[in-house]
Design a protein around this ligand. Structure first.
Ligand code: GMT
Length: 376
């Protein structure tokens, strides 16, 4: 396989806090570092596209707020932008993260343009298939977008299976598990713990965009049950407003035991300051947050849903329980918080597993091989 050819990649992703944007930007930095040119195209700067890189450029597609529209439109401007851009500069690959609207926009732009030779790779991330894929507003568009993609990748075997069950006529589909590149620690464990006002309490961490699927209600319930058994603090790093959960926090008596921080950029510092991770989602195609914790040696308790068991091995990197079993999960959390030796054992294993199975080198090579195959 020829791997020397430097490619021009257009990376389409959502800019908001979420795993698909994290994955797209991390992949972009990795391949830019290898000498390829990457143009991110999105409605805002993706939230993890922070550092300048000479091989990375960002094109902002501004939503159009025409007086007649009830809501600003960004999908048609995205298609137009792609059309114009691909006339000016020849992208080898348009890599669309998330089916809606990114894969759809790429496929439509290619159909509308008579001279575009770019290939389309679509990476599916989760609810684009599991939720939107079921909705009458989007299912046919997604079907056409997947058919029109030259290759479809899924971030777990679970998501690949769900995609294959729901959609047909896909050229080629394969799993490339998400990966994690350890980021530089800006503030050490002690500093963060001081800033959070902690003494020697154990710290449980959750990080997510707090969408409904994350089931923060069950997470608070689990934590409250564990807190009855042993003291600990819960830190939630959220990418959205937390006030909707305030009533439940008060009803469960958690106000003095919970710290909430919004839109934290250097999440790795906080993970390093934590002892156990907790995730109570009803579905996750993968759950990058679980991997982030594991990579920093933080064992995780979670519900056994979607692709999470592909990431976390029960009994070795943490514990998995059937969805909704908050009592069992609370017992696991309690045991991990109380038993320092057990926690250390699981911590080491979690770190090793993250490094060996979800390394950037492994995943980036898979993406690059696919890019090279597509361009021939
Ligand atoms: O599809 C979503 O719900 C949003 C997406 C995101 O941007 O955060 O999350 C999905 O993609 C992540 C990165 O591949 C995965 O780690 C998440 O598990 C997945 N979320 C769901 O499946 C609910």
């Amino acid at each position: 396989m020829e791997t020397d050819r430097k490619l021009k990649i257009a990376m389409l992703c959502h800019p908001s806090v979420g795993g698909s944007g994290i994955l797209a930007t991390t992949l972009g930095y990795e391949i830019a570092e290898l000498g390829h040119q990457v143009t991110f195209i999105s409605t805002k700067t993706p939230f993890r596209l922070i550092e300048h890189h000479p091989n990375i450029q960002f094109d902002e597609v501004k939503p159009v707020d025409f007086p007649l529209f009830q809501h600003p439109d960004s999908t048609l401007p995205l298609i137009s932008h792609l059309l114009q851009k691909t006339r000016e500069e020849e992208f080898d690959i348009v890599h669309a993260h998330y089916a809606v609207p990114n894969a759809a926009a790429a496929v439509i732009a290619k159909k509308l343009s008579s001279d575009s030779r770019f290939k389309i790779m679509t990476t599916l991330h989760g609810t684009d298939v599991v939720k939107l894929g079921e909705s009458p507003e989007y299912s046919e568009i997604i079907q056409t977008s997947l058919e029109g993609s030259d290759v479809v990748t899924c971030v777990s075997d679970n998501l690949k299976k769900l995609t294959q069950d729901k959609f047909s006529g896909i050229n080629e589909s394969q799993t490339i598990h998400n990966f994690y590149r350890k980021r530089k620690i800006e503030k050490n464990r002690e500093t963060i713990r001081n800033e959070l006002g902690l003494r020697d309490e154990k710290l449980v961490i959750h990080l997510s965009n707090l969408r409904k699927v994350k089931r923060i209600d069950l997470l608070l319930e689990t934590f409250a049950k564990a807190l009855k058994q042993t003291p600990m603090k819960l830190l939630i790093l959220g990418g959205a407003d937390f006030s909707v959960y305030q009533d439940q926090v008060e009803a469960l008596g958690l106000s003095d035991h919970l710290i909430f921080c919004r839109d934290v950029v250097h999440v790795q510092d906080y993970i390093e300051a934590a002892d156990v991770g907790i995730f109570c989602s009803e579905y996750e195609s993968f759950c990058l947050g679980v991997l982030e914790c594991m990579a920093h040696g933080v064992p995780v308790v979670a519900f056994d849903v979607g692709g999470i068991p592909e990431v976390l091995d029960h009994g070795s990197s943490g514990y998995l329980r059937p969805f909704g079993e908050t009592g069992q999960l609370a017992n696991d959390l309690t045991e991990l918080i109380r038993d320092n030796r057990l926690r250390l054992e699981l911590s080491l294993h979690a770190k090793q597993r993250a490094e060996s199975l979800f390394s950037p080198e492994r995943a980036v090579e898979r993406y690059l091989n696919l890019y090279q195959q597509l361009v021939g």
